[in-house]
Design a protein around this ligand. Structure first.
Ligand code: BMP
Length: 362
């Protein structure tokens, strides 16, 4: 870590002005507005629990991190499913959604995993992350997929359904729909052959007039967090530069390759999942999100040692991560989820992490 990098002493409101990525600029402003540098890692087991937790803890956080693949009952419906409901809660409480997917594969495969398939992650997650062991080209592939997606969602698909009697041409040339059967095509009852009617789906593209994705969500669609506009439609990537787990095999060279990839793709890479600040070039202003964070129980020495989880996870306190190691957002899972009262525990984490940031500013 470069101890003296200027970003370590800059308020988030200042960093909002110079960050390259539109979503980073937005996130820094949101952090300043909510006085929060807390991300909840919502590692619960059902979609119902996920949504309830997001609604309760939403006021304390700026980012909610998901692992959609450990949630049972995840509803994949792109109009009404779990991603859409989560997006509505994100608007209501003012937080960004970060799907901790840790993409790693050849470029073509990650493009498809990111934008398509069952989960269509790009549609509901503002942020995702990548392990770039597969090489830096993967980042370019994801950036390209995100740019194409953004260009496409400036238009929304308008679907209209009509029921009518088919004419022969519809089956033969597969071309334009035509429900206006002529008298010649019909028998006395207005039917053509043995086919009575057909449902025709017509799709046209219309400009979307709002940056919202979830126009069709009935619950809470109108609720928007006050004090800041909705986030930009840009998607952002965090590079998994360092991990919190014991014996992690990510080398210094790998971390350095992440730093280079971030600089090469500033328009898409917001920053890192890392254990320390990695900004070192004069104009670096990447954001650092850090898992492996836990507080000692209330009443115990605030900066005392925190035991790992026995499965390789290692923990540091918000004070150490933010104030000493210079990261920006702490990611907390079980420290909050397993507390007797998660919303008040989230508030305790928010206060401690924010205090550590203020101490860093001096
Ligand atoms: P917890 O606070 O309960 O230990 O959860 C940490 C979360 O952060 C988990 O979702 C885990 O997958 C994630 N994570 C991590 O712990 N260390 C890393 O280096 C990277 C992660 O994404």
């Amino acid at each position: 870590m470069s101890d003296r990098h200027p970003t370590l002493l800059q308020p988030y409101s200042e960093r909002a002005k110079t960050a390259t990525h539109p979503l980073s600029r937005y996130l820094f402003r949101l952090m300043d507005l909510k006085a929060s540098n807390l991300c909840l890692s919502a590692d619960v087991t059902t979609a119902r629990e996920l949504l309830a937790l997001a609604d309760k803890v939403g006021p304390s956080i700026v980012v909610l991190k998901t692992h959609y693949d450990l949630i049972s009952g995840w509803d994949y419906n792109p109009q009404t499913g779990t991603g859409v409901k989560l997006a509505a809660l994100a608007r209501k409480h003012g937080f960004l959604i970060f799907e901790d997917r840790k993409f790693v594969d050849i470029g073509k495969t990650v493009q498809m995993q990111y934008t398509a398939g069952t989960a269509r992650i790009i549609e509901w997650a503002h942020i995702t992350n990548a392990n770039i062991d597969a090489g830096k080209e993967m980042v370019r592939a994801m950036a390209e997929a995100a740019a194409n997606w953004k260009a496409r969602i400036h238009y929304e698909v308008k679907t209209s359904v009509s029921v009518g009697t088919p004419v022969a041409g519809q089956f033969e040339d597969g071309g334009e729909e035509n429900n206006n059967a002529t008298d010649d095509d019909r028998d006395a009852d207005g039917r053509k052959g043995s086919i009575v009617s057909i449902t025709t789906v017509t799709q046209s593209f219309e400009p979307a007039d709002s940056p919202r994705l979830a126009k069709t969500n009935e619950h809470g669609d109108e609720l928007v967090f006050p004090g800041i506009e909705e986030p930009p439609m840009d998607r952002g990537l965090l590079l998994l530069a360092q991990m919190s787990s014991k014996g992690c095999l990510m080398t210094k060279d790998y971390t350095q390759a992440c730093v280079e990839a971030a600089r090469e793709h500033k328009g898409f890479v917001m920053g890192y999942v890392a254990q320390e600040a990695l900004n070192s070039a004069p104009d670096d202003n990447f954001i650092h999100m850090t898992p492996g964070c836990k507080l000692p129980p209330p009443g115990e020495e605030e900066n005392g040692h925190v035991e790992g989880d026995g499965l390789g996870q290692q923990y540091n306190t918000p004070a150490k991560l933010i104030n000493i190691l210079g990261t920006d957002i702490v990611i907390v899972g079980r420290g909050i989820i397993q507390a007797a009262d998660p919303p008040s525990e989230a508030e305790r984490y928010r206060r401690k992490a924010w205090k550590a940031y203020l101490s860093r500013l001096g």
